[in-house]
Design a binder for this molecule. Structure first.
Ligand code: FAD
Length: 287
């Protein structure tokens, strides 16, 4: 099922996971998928080479399992910065063979140890290429940044380039994580003002670990509101309390987003099914 058919009256809830590389996380992936899929998200997206990694071997395998075993729609992230056109064509063929219909097309994180190839500079190049090569075979989504992409020349330019992604064929946008809904609503206003009409999902990451959030904030440039910082400082040494506080904070964001009628909420689950389950149970009557 292509994602462009799922948006409408109700706020869509979707998840994001990453392919575990080794150890217990890899062994537990089936259990993680089983719980996440039982929550019946509209789709589960699987990252690809996040953080600039060039090891992507499990992305398609996991996406295929989500579709064939658990009957949930998968979205495969596909980044382009470190690949040639022929490598991307080979990956599209692999997706075709795996029965994948939905791609989140990205430029990709920069890896300081890898010199980018010259075939693709921006996600919009990848989107155009996929459309040219495969027509409407795949539904294409793209990323957006409520607090502006860290490398953007300006907020206005970032939105102009976002529109290029949509004009080239992206039918749906998923936002970077943010902790202050006001920043998302302001961004949405600017996006609509720029003539971008496709559904925009709000990216929410329930954070339950201080080191993790500091890493994420550094990487993606999200602003940490003072009230969030206070929660982390107060509970950083109490794992259970920080978990509860992180879930409650995210829940407040999600309830507000649903009440404001957003197209979708994309939960960055960090492969933690307990977290996703708790949030889904709390909002089941809202959607
Ligand atoms: P682009 O849309 O290409 O934008 C990158 C920068 O270039 C922006 O500053 C933009 O303003 C600028 N720009 C765009 N077009 C032009 C132009 N024509 N001229 C000048 N400047 C331009 N990374 C991974 O590696 N793997 C993943 O699985 C992954 N999943 C993600 C999922 C989501 C929902 C999000 C929000 C991000 C994800 N990322 C992932 C991170 C992403 O790859 C990085 O944020 C990356 O730095 C930008 O990717 P993009 O596709 O948004 O880039």
């Amino acid at each position: 099922m292509k994602l462009n058919t799922i948006y409408g009256k109700k706020t869509v809830i979707s998840f994001e996971i990453f392919p575990p590389k080794h150890g217990a996380a890899l062994q537990n992936i089936d259990e993680t998928l089983e719980i996440l899929c039982s929550l019946k998200p509209a789709f589960i997206s699987v990252t690809f080479g996040a953080g600039g990694s060039t090891v992507n071997s499990k992305t398609v395998e996991i996406a295929k399992k989500i579709k064939e075993v658990y009957r949930v729609e998968p979205v495969v992230h596909l980044s382009c910065l470190n690949y040639t056109r022929s490598e991307i064509l080979a990956m599209l063929e692999e997706l075709r063979e795996a029965g994948i219909e939905n791609i989140l097309a990205l430029r990709g994180d920069r890896n300081p140890d890898v010199t980018p190839r010259e075939d693709f500079h921006y996600a919009s190049d990848l989107i155009r290429f996929i459309r040219e090569q495969t027509g409407d075979e795949f539904n294409i989504s793209a990323a957006c940044y409520p607090e502006t992409h860290p490398e953007a020349v300006s907020r206005e330019q970032d939105i102009i380039h976002l529109k290029e992604k949509v004009d080239n064929g992206a039918s749906h946008l998923i936002s970077q994580l943010f902790f202050d809904n006001a920043s998302f609503y302001q961004f949405l206003g600017e996006v609509r003002g720029a003539g971008i009409t496709v559904p925009v999902e709000a990216g929410i990451m329930p954070v339950t670990n201080k080191a993790q959030i500091e890493r994420m904030v550094n990487m993606c440039g999200a602003t940490l509101p003072e009230k969030y910082r206070k929660i982390m400082d107060r509970y950083e040494n109490s794992k259970d309390a920080l978990f509860d506080a992180g879930v409650i904070y995210a829940l407040n964001q999600v309830v507000d987003l649903i009440a404001n009628g957003v197209d979708g909420v994309h939960l960055y689950t960090m492969n933690n099914p307990v977290l996703a389950k708790r949030i889904c149970e709390e909002i089941k009557n809202l959607i």
